[in-house]
Structure formats: structure tokens, C-alpha cells
Design a binder for this molecule. Structure first.
Ligand code: GYE
Length: 305
């Protein structure tokens, strides 16, 4: 086995590969769309895809990656639930000589770096998503809002960067204040619970920034139960841009959703082929994302997942 600091593992050119896809959890439309995109592409290519689901446990995901290493797969696609705990196994795959692609969420790059320890990161720019959500909110509210932020899974790269991108942008707008910021773990259920309690302690709130659509959908009934009118006396912005979000924009309850496209299975598999063929792979392959609001939701409904 090679030691840390050594070259990236090589991948021979083959007609078909046996690869692992280590999913973090399967609890919302975004996760289902990513998994379907990976499975469909594997099927189309006739490759063997070994799928694991960590069910929301970073610890289980570490074990899942280790089992893929033990099975000596050709390559690993990992969507790390949390940044830090999964960085270690990325290094283990490297030492075992198995090329690994970090997809969707990032790992702690002070431990494992793209282009040095794993092949590449393929996914969205979460900082930019947070920045765009803030930009939309500033425009829509004229730079005046008291915001409740529903953060994603603690320690996950999308939660950290969506928080930061938003916070950095609103710094120039003193009329925009985040009055409360709490994790709803990217789930509808927790988004609903967290909002039910925050709306009581912060009745002055005029806006909600949810790190994903699911938490916004959880927040809506809690706001309504507290006598608020989403889309009328409180504006909501979220991220993902799934079908239900576009419908909620059309219906007027959700103001906007920054797209985070989960359907990049074909790109992930193509990158693996390019790597095997000896092409130079960028350390970061960033997906193109749009912003959905009432100006385009109707027209784009069919392109959402
Ligand atoms: O926004 C969320 C999912 O990692 C980008 O995770 C992904 C996020 C996505 O559970 O809905």
C-alpha cells in the first residue's frame, strides 16, 4: 500500500467497471434523484454499481466505504454526509489504491485534497447558492428583513457553505438581520419542529432562509399554525429547486429556490472514464445551477426533479 503523499491511484481502461456509490441517506427527493441518476447511468453503461445507504449516520458511512475498499472495487463515488468524519476514509481508499470521487458534498480538505488524495469533487457551489439566496432576498425585500435561518445537517459542507455565502452577502446590508439560525437537519419533519418553536420566540420575523426545500415545506405549516401567511406577510427562500418547490412558487407560498441539480450521474461516470483514459481532471467540477422564482417557475416546472 502506498503512503500518504504518494500519487493518486491509477485506473485501467476497461469496458465495464465495478464501482461503489456510498449514499449518505435516502430521506428526501434530492437524495432519490441523485441515486436514480447514478443507477440509471450505471445501467445504461452496463457497469456494476454497489449501492450503500448510510441512513444518516456518518459512522455507518465510514463502515460502508471500508467495505467497498475490502471488496476491491475499481472506484468509489462517495457523497460524504459530514465533512470531517468521512475525510479519513478518503485517505484509506487512496492508501488501498482505489480511485475515489467525492460527489455532491465535500470532505475536509485540510485532510483530503482533490487532485492529491482523491480524483475530483463533482457537485454544486454551495457558497454561491447561499450568496444567491441572499441576493434574491435583498432584492425582494428592499434590503429590510428579519430572518430565521434553517440550517442543514451540522458539519455537512452544504450547511456550512450555504450559511457562509448568505452571511457574507448580507454583511453589506445592515437592514437584513438573521434573528435566529438553527439546524433542521435538511428534513421536513425537523424543519417543521424547529420553526414551530422559533416562530414563538421570534414573532418579529419577516423572512425565512431554508438551506433546502424540504425544511421550507416543514416551516410553512408551522408558520400558518402561528397565524402567519407565507408569501404574504413572510417571505421564504430555499435551495434545491425540486418540483414541489416550483409548484409552491407558482402557488405563491415560496418566494424562490436556488437550484441544486442532483442529476449529475452521467457527469460523474464520464469523469471516471476520462480519468482512466489519462485525461487531466479538474480538481473541482461545478454543476450549473439556476434560480427559480415567479418569473420562470411555470416554464421550468418540467425541468425540476
Ligand atoms: O440540498 C439536500 C440534501 O447535499 C446538496 O442534501 C445536498 C443537500 C440537498 O439532503 O436537500
Amino acid at each position: 500500500a502506498a503512503a500518504q503523499g504518494d500519487a493518486l491511484p491509477k485506473l485501467p481502461v476497461k469496458a465495464k467497471y465495478r464501482v461503489c456509490f456510498n449514499q449518505s441517506e435516502m430521506d428526501n427527493p434530492w437524495r432519490f434523484a441523485l441515486t436514480a441518476s447514478m443507477e440509471d447511468e450505471a445501467k445504461r453503461l452496463g457497469w456494476t454499481l454497489i449501492f450503500t445507504n448510510a441512513n444518516g449516520s456518518a459512522k455507518k458511512q465510514v463502515a460502508d466505504v471500508r467495505s467497498c475498499i475490502a471488496q476491491r472495487v475499481d472506484a468509489i463515488f462517495l457523497t460524504p454526509r459530514e465533512k470531517k468524519p468521512l475525510a479519513t476514509v478518503v485517505m484509506e481508499a487512496k492508501r488501498a489504491g482505489i480511485p475515489l470521487f467525492v460527489i455532491d458534498r465535500g470532505v475536509d480538505e485540510t485532510v483530503a485534497k482533490p487532485g492529491r488524495d482523491f480524483i475530483s469533487f463533482i457537485g454544486s457551489d454551495f457558497y454561491e447558492e447561499g450568496r444567491r439566496a441572499a441576493e434574491w432576498l435583498v432584492k425582494t425585500t428592499g434590503g429590510k428583513a428579519k430572518v430565521i435561518e434553517l440550517q442543514g445537517t451540522e458539519g455537512s459542507s452544504p450547511a456550512l457553505n450555504r450559511q457562509k455565502g448568505f452571511a457574507d452577502y448580507i454583511r453589506k446590508y445592515p437592514g437584513i438581520q438573521v434573528v435566529a439560525s438553527k439546524s433542521g437537519n435538511f428534513t421536513r419533519e425537523e424543519g417543521q419542529k424547529v420553526m414551530a418553536s422559533l416562530i414563538k420566540s421570534h414573532p418579529e420575523v419577516t423572512a425565512v432562509y431554508a438551506h433546502n426545500d424540504e425544511m421550507a415545506f416543514g416551516a410553512i405549516p408551522s408558520l400558518e399554525a402561528a397565524g402567519r401567511k407565507p408569501g404574504k406577510d413572510i417571505v421564504l427562500v430555499s435551495i434545491d429547486g425540486n418540483k414541489e418547490a416550483l409548484q409552491a412558487i407558482i402557488d405563491g407560498k415560496l418566494g424562490a429556490s436556488v437550484e441544486c441539480n442532483p442529476r449529475f450521474g452521467p457527469k460523474a461516470f464520464q469523469t471516471l472514464k476520462d480519468y482512466a483514459a489519462g485525461k487531466k481532471i479538474p480538481t473541482r467540477l461545478v454543476n450549473d445551477d439556476r434560480l427559480f422564482d415567479k418569473t420562470n417557475a411555470k416554464a421550468l416546472l418540467s425541468s425540476a426533479f
